[in-house]
Write a protein that binds this ligand. Sequence first.
Ligand SMILES: Cc1ncc(COP(=O)(O)O)c(C=O)c1O
Length: 276
Amino acid sequence: MTTPAYLNGDYRPLEELAIPVMDRGFLFSDGVYEMIPIHQGRPRCLADHLTRLRNSLAAIQIQEPSDWDEIVGRLIEASPDPDCLVYLQVTRGVMPSDAPFVKHYCDTTPTVFGMVKAMGEPPDSTHAITREDRRWGRCFIKSTMLLETVMATQSAREQNAGEAILHRNGNITEGATSNVFAVVEGMIRTPELGPTILPGVTRKLALQLLREHGVEYRETDLSLEEMRNTEEVWLTGSTRGIMPVIKVDDAPIGDGTVGPMTEQLRGWYQEYCLNG
Ligand SMILES: Cc1ncc(COP(=O)(O)O)c(C=O)c1O
């Protein structure tokens, strides 16, 4: 079966697409991306994903090149499964081969790419490792420069864990590909947004659902030590939804099972994805 995809104005199977090697995305990771979950043919929080994509583009000074609604709509229509992910990527484009290397941007036309990806079946819960956050300081940009994320994810896999929870100066920032929540002495906490955190769309939705159900939370520092002694930990992300963490490094979280607040929020989240 072929994979529906889009490149610079053309809708074609992924298998037929190719990018020139002088594309700055290939050479320098000079680009940004988005991953949008689609439930029963409906994009979840599309406006938030597109706002974040526009913010990422503006932050690296790439002019917004495309009609996203049209591209996302056509990729969903072409998807063999109504539950899927739509991946979008924009790079600064192909630079002339005699352009000065690296030093400055060239007068390029952005490369715009999209494809459908299978949603996959997330596990019921996961284990996490912890790791120093060695990424750059502008993590609010959803950059394709993902080397440290790849290394962190690989390290988690090698330790039979599903995520690496990152920390700077003893404070949790986020997961390698997720945002982090914990219940500390009965209060839900998640690190406040800032330059070292991606403003997760699922994080925002989780906070909205908590507010709608009258559940209090705090966006504030969460130390590594606090997280280790907490009652519940969960991750949020477009591909995982609300994902309970039942073990961090070698120690169980709470009694090592999915906690009641996590279960409750996951129920609200699933209902939202099905009914909007
Ligand atoms: C570093 C990072 N933080 C958080 C998230 C979660 O963001 P979202 O909920 O928008 O998928 C992701 C998703 O890929 C991520 O890569």
